[in-house]
Structures are given as C-alpha cells and as structure tokens.
Design a protein around this ligand. Sequence first.
Ligand code: DLL
Length: 455
Amino acid sequence: MVETITRTPTQAQSTYLHADLETMPREQLERLQLQRLRDSVRNLWENVPWHKPRLQAAGLGSADDIDSLDALQALPFTVKTDLRDHYPFGLFARPREQLARVHASSGTTGKPTVVGYTAQDLSNWADLVARSLYGAGGRPGDMVHNAYGYGLFTGGLGAHDGATRLGATVLPVSGGGTERQVSLMVDFRPRVLCSTPSYALAIAEVAEHMGVDLRQSGLAVGLFGAEPWSDAMRSEIEARLGLRAVDIYGLSEIMGPGVACECEHRQGLHGWEDHFIFETIDPETSRRVADGEPGELVITTLTKQALPMLRYRTRDITRLMRETCDCGRTHVRILRVTGRNDDMLIIRGVNVYPSQLEAVLVGRPGVAPHYQMVLMKDGVMDTVRLEIEALPGVPLEQYPLLAADAIHHIKSIVGISAHVDVLAPGAIPRSEGKAVRVRDLRSTSPRAQLAPAAR
Ligand code: DLL
C-alpha cells in the first residue's frame, strides 16, 4: 500500500517540513488523491465486510470504477454510530494481531468508540503531526511540553509521536498536576506547549497564583486544539503565556490530532489532502455545499490501513477554502471549527454555539475567561442560564454591572436574551483536558437546577 514519506528537515529556516507534498500543485495533488481513493476503497471492499454491499448498493462494481474525485459524492457516509454498532473491531480492515495500537473515546452513553492503527498508520500520523508542528513554528531540537492527556485519548500519544518525529525533545507530562507543570516549565524552559486551550488558561492561572510569570519562561509556540475556542481566547492565552497560539484539529475516528493545523499565517487550518479528502455538506440534505459556505465537515481517509473511513460525518461545522495560502501551501484551509452540530443550542429560535458566547465574554472588563451554559426547563420551555466568573479583586457590588454588561453584549452580538449569573473567582470548574461548557440539567429536578457550578 502507501509508503511512509518521512523526511529529515535539512534547513532549519525552511518554511515546510515536507515541501514537495505541502506545496504540491493542486492538479497533481488531486491526481494523487484519486489514486489513493481507489486504494482506500479497495481496502474497504476487500477487508471490511460491512462496506461491500453498501458500495454495491451505491452502484460501484469495483474500486476501479472510481474515475474522478467527484464520484465520491455517490458513495455512502459513515457515522459515529456505525463504529459503535460494530464495537469493538468490526470496521477494522486488518486482523487485530496486525494492529500496533488502539485508542478509544468515551461517549456520554454506552460503549466507547474504538479506533486502531497499523505500524504504518502510526508512522503516517507521526509525519502529519510533525508537519503540523513545523508549520506552526516548532523546530527540531525544541523542547515540547506535552500536556495533552496520555492514554486512550489520542491527544497525548499523537502529539508525542509527532514531536519525536520532528526531532524535538518531548516532556510527556500529560494533563493535571498543574503546579508541577508550571515548575517544570520554569526549570526546563520548553519552547512549545501542546494542550487544550482551556487547560493552557488553567496553567496560566495557576502560574499567576504561584507568582510565576510564564511570559518569561521561553515559551514561543502553543498548539491548542481538541475543543472549540475563539479568537478572543487566543488573545487571552497569548497575553498570559507570551507565546503564539496556533489551532490544531483532529478526531480519533480519522486519526487524532494533526488532521489539520494552522500555519504561521493563521488563515485557516491546512487539512492534509495527501492523506484525506475534505468535503462540507448541508447536515439536513446531506448534499455537498460550495467551498466558502458553512457546512458539516466530512472526511475520507486515503492512506489508513487499519481503519479506513469513507465520508465520515464529523458533526463539526466549518467552511473550506481552496485558494493557496500566503505561506505557499496548496492544501485546503478549514476555517476555525466553531462547534459541533450536537453542541448547537436553539434558544428561542436562534442557533447558538457556546464558542459564540465565548467570543463575546472573553476579554470583557472584570470578567474571567471561564464560563458554562446551564440548560434548564421552565415548564415546557428550554431556558439557558450563563454562568460567568468575576476576575479576582472585583468588588461584589459590581457583579450586577458585569451581568448587565454581558447580557447587553450577548443580546446585541449573538442575538439572544440570556440570564447571566456572575460567580466568584474560581467557582467554575477548570479543565485538565476538554472543558465542559454546557451543563444540561433539563432532566433533573428543579432543586438540582439551583446549584451553580455543581460539577
Ligand atoms: O480531540 C483529537 C485532538 C487532540 C485534536 C489534540 C487536537 C488536539 P476526539 O477526542 O476524537 O479527538 O475529539 C474530536 O474534538 O470532532 C471536534 O469536535 C473537536 N475538536 C478537535 N480539535 C478541535 C479544534 C481529538 N481545533 C472532536 N477546534 C472533533 C474545534 C476541535 N474543535
């Protein structure tokens, strides 16, 4: 099948790690995609019994019938429940004995989603994370403080292997033990930080409590992802950690971190099209939307051996741009993922993502960058209460003013009337991984609804 393409960066000053692949003219890139798409569909057809009848029902006689990238549009989607329905290894295209590793993500209900990798898959993944790190400004020889959680979550080991492939020194610290993380940063002076954006902020906060100024610690680049975050959050993190914050995207069903990543220009995340095909669709009609239009991101893997994915519906809402970036990379740009379809709230007819509220709240005078939305029922009506936190030192009597200011800006910018509660500093739980932004109390008793920040 596909060979690993690993290159050692020879010029520390080069813009690209895999220059020939990252700047490949689109025509050539699309030829490569078509050839790899046929290989990948052949892998599904021959090795995953569930796919063959579905492909036949879509009118395919064999993988060789795929004569253009447009032919993909006639092929069936895959969704998260398909993985759950074939738990644990039913959609794998390789026998379990040939897997080098499995990861799993815990769902809110039932069985986890299990994903698997051959040694070749792991090697391709490391290449793409290394490419992402390099594009973001990481360099061989850097120390990378990796605070993504190690374990079944793909963040920790995914970033680890990519940083190793880049030729960096990895500090595999994982999430949690935040005071110790701060001390290690002071002592080891890492140049790169990898964590969720919410945990980066928690690290900044703990450092400030410890009297440590992390802006002096030598950090230069942060690769933040695994959850939606806003430009306001980016500015906040940059100001408090003294680094350049870059957005990295991925999901375990497709690979893990490094499916897409911003370059130093930060005008969208480069989706690595030599390994994936990216489409956006209307989630209602399942039809493709034009580039530039918002839609649900759908990803097809081109080189995965163990768990090839055909038109995987990510539930993530974004827009695609195919014009060459100012950095010279030709690969598609995926605009910041504002939220998942599942996270979208409809509040009196207005569609709202938590990250839209974040964009309004973060940076408001007197307000800390921590928040949660609490969903409740008032009779048959769904209502939302927004919990925000005052900055330390803000006097209690000013809390009503902070609330009024937040209500006003949410109304004028997002278009909803929210009930806002201002809580004391530290009242909203801090995350060590993905932040919990929404507490859904709609099915609990009215008494439980009264307890703020109860988690
Ligand atoms: O979160 C993989 C990852 C780890 C990505 C570390 C980046 C950094 P999952 O746990 O399977 O995998 O969750 C995937 O997280 O479908 C998005 O909804 C969300 N997500 C990931 N990255 C971003 C991002 C990892 N940069 C799900 N912006 C995805 C917004 C993101 N949402």
